[in-house]
Write a protein that binds this ligand. Structure first.
Ligand code: ADP
Ligand code: MG
Length: 238
């Protein structure tokens, strides 16, 4: 008899009655009554510039904490964690691809890719051979092998974006969050980038939440969310 793991009913991500205002910015408030993502879903979040997409991702990642409401990642209310625990939790649970990549420019490509494993021991346990895994991810993303030792600051913008993707994918976190990751890639690289993201989602039932203003990507995702449909934003005179 096979011993199957129980199906995880808890959404990977759930927001309820969330309200957030940036400190000192009374002119903008983001309100999200409800949002939930299931395990293994690939979701594209669309919205115009300034509509609060990046703010929403910051709340999901716990880099900022909502003034009210609950943000649950893999069942944990992240606002209940101290800031140190939240950083560790984020490193364990979320693969992050930032709009500005946030690579360490003087560190090698390999060191940048392996970085999250240093802060996430459980995630590190899933990677038997980190150096080989970094190499494999680079090759899947179309990055030449000889770039592994190069300083990331010397790479082209498109290459840096793929290093950022490899860093998010390593150790298969349950949630990948990506902020406009394809905007600096050409069409062919964009396709390869999304292929790798979706392959990881299928192989490891990873949930992918990607932000974009490019509605042409919509067909490739399981679901599309328009930020205007799930969030109310208050915008005064800036
Ligand atoms: P989008 O990603 O959809 O373009 P953002 O979430 O970046 O939108 O911005 C929404 C609003 O929040 C804007 O008014 C912006 O000025 C403000 N905002 C974003 N980031 C910050 C920040 N770090 N500090 C203060 N205000 C911010
Ligand atoms: Mg943004």
């Amino acid at each position: 008899m096979t011993n199957l793991a129980p199906v995880l009913e808890v959404p990977v991500l759930e927001l309820n009655d969330v309200r957030y205002r940036w400190p000192g910015r009374a002119s903008f408030e983001l309100q999200v009554p409800h949002m939930a993502l299931a395990q293994g879903e690939t979701v594209l979040l669309l919205g115009e510039s300034g509509s609060g997409k990046s703010t929403l991702l910051s709340l999901i990642c716990g880099t900022v904490v909502a003034q009210s409401g609950v943000v649950r990642v893999a069942g944990t209310d992240i606002s209940s964690l101290s800031s140190g625990k939240r950083d560790r939790f984020r490193a364990e649970q979320i693969g992050l691809i930032f709009q500005q990549f946030n690579l360490l420019p003087f560190a090698s490509v390999q060191d940048n890719i392996l970085l999250p494993l240093r802060f996430a021991p459980d995630r590190a346990k899933r990677v038997a051979s980190p150096v080989d895994e970094a190499d494999r991810l680079c090759s899947d993303l179309g990055l030449p092998h000889d770039l592994l030792g190069a300083r990331s600051g010397t790479l082209s913008v498109g290459q840096q974006q793929r290093v950022a993707a490899a860093r998010a994918l390593i150790g298969t976190p349950p949630l990948i969050v990506a902020d406009e990751p394809t905007s600096s890639l050409d069409a062919a690289t964009q396709v390869a980038f999304l292929d790798v993201l979706f392959a990881q989602s299928r192989a490891h039932t990873t949930t992918v939440l990607m932000v974009s203003h490019d509605a042409r990507l919509a067909d490739q995702f399981d679901r599309v969310i328009q930020i205007a449909d799930i969030a109310k934003t208050t915008r005064g005179i800036a």
